[in-house]
Design a protein. Sequence first.
Length: 245
Amino acid sequence: MTGTLYGLGLGPGDPELVTLKAARILKAVPVIAWPAPDTGPSFARAIAASHLPGGQMEIPIVVPMRAERFPAREVYDAAAGEIAAHLDAGRDVAVLCEGDPFFYGSFMYLFERLAGKYPTEIVPGVSSIMAAAAAAARPLAARNDVLTVLPGPLPDGDLQARIEAAGAVAIIKIGKHFSRLRALIEKLNLLPQAMYVERATLTEGRCLPLADVAGNDAPYFSIILIYKGGEDWAGLAGAARGSRL
């Protein structure tokens, strides 16, 4: 009998948004694995920390956070091999995932290497997009609105075409692309409909109209929400500001 591989979605950052199922598994598994930058702490490990009983074996998966390309395949090959050794020994392994494992999550690369060989269970997590909408106090989409999720690094031409075709838009992976994205949104005359949410659900998070954001860059954990659909929600945006994001 081999161990079971778990992909645990931990949500956007607030430990209270970890699901009951994920918390139960965190307390039970003998091995946890988590993505880590090559400098600084792991965000996923920090979210899970209060749910861990202590004494578990841990596998940090160091993924360099750099603009230049790095040998990602080798990183995930090595991590999969280390995880497989525990599974072969009959030990369950939980891989900690910020947000949801299958929504732009790095767990997918371990899943493709291991799921065909070992029992695997995916535990969904609260997406940062839903957390951002809650922080902005503005619904994402309704009725027949088309919600489009766009990665910020896409070229302007692709972004413009997809924004123009959508009823509602969530732009993720903003970071160093912030000033370019803001300029494009302004060019499309959509600044009044755009909200900016940074580090949703965390105490240091903030939420404000995109037009009011100063500076030329943003942290990686930030989202721009644009609503173009038929509902009149502009007056609701920010209604819940002042509460914890």
